[in-house]
Design a protein around this ligand. Structure first.
Ligand code: 3DU
Length: 216
């Protein structure tokens, strides 16, 4: 996926009105938007379709899909039919569940991002212990797109080493969660930024300063 300026906007707002407004303010600099449960549950899968139509951007659906294969297939099909270019899928559920999403993605000509480790402190209790194995499973399955945390650079580096330099890693946790964009991009291909942009008085300015910080 070609991510302009290496920044993905996490559009975790509750109304289409504010989603459109914020995306509009940064659309000169950002071509990839992540839509997750907040917007999709508030406004429906239509939110994916509408954002894609309005901004002609990449849409990554962050549904952290984590069910049995049959249910995962249905979730992935619905997500791709709504227009999403990619869906984020949990790895801890195992290869058959992930495979179901990969098959759906292939049928639709879309992508799967495999979530390895998460960025919040609580992820250390369970997910940290299996995240390297999840990344290794992804490699065995031929997956090329991953999600790994910007808040734990040592973990991000570990996961980069497992998935290899030819894989594409997107990394959440920059800004509000404390991660730094430039440092994260030493190991990741793009950063995911939500609150620092969508809660800002001037989202465009925040995006510009992230871009400047990356160039330093
Ligand atoms: O912390 P922010 O507001 O910049 O948003 C980060 C986004 O990335 C948000 O949508 C969250 O659900 C998602 N995310 C993580 O923060 C951490 C993960 O490990 C995976 C996804």
């Amino acid at each position: 996926m070609e991510v302009k300026n290496k920044i993905i906007l996490a559009l975790d707002v509750n109304t289409m009105e504010s989603a459109m407004k914020i995306a509009g303010k940064v659309s000169d600099y950002i071509n990839t938007i992540k839509i997750g449960y907040p917007l999709a549950l508030a406004e429906g899968l239509e939110s994916i379709t509408q954002i894609k139509e309005e901004f002609d951007c990449n849409v990554i659906a962050d549904f952290k899909v984590a069910d049995i294969p049959e249910t995962n297939s249905k979730i992935a099909d619905l997500t791709f039919n709504a227009g999403a270019d990619a869906v984020i899928v949990h790895g801890f559920v195992g290869n058959d569940s992930v495979e179901a999403c990969l098959e759906s993605a292939e049928d639709h000509g879309k992508d799967v991002f495999l979530l390895t480790e998460m960025s919040h402190p609580g992820a250390s209790r369970f997910l940290k212990g299996v995240s390297e194995d999840i990344a290794a499973m992804g490699v065995e399955m031929g997956i090329k797109n991953y999600v790994a945390p910007a808040t734990k650079l040592d973990r991000l580096e570990k996961i980069r080493n497992i998935v290899g330099n030819d894989s594409f890693i997107i990394s959440p946790g920059v800004g509000a969660q404390g991660g730094d964009a430039a440092k994260t991009l030493r190991f990741a291909d793009a950063v995911i930024v939500g609150r620092s942009i969508y809660l800002a008085e001037d989202p465009e300015n925040v995006v510009k300063s992230i871009i400047d910080g990356i160039k330093l």
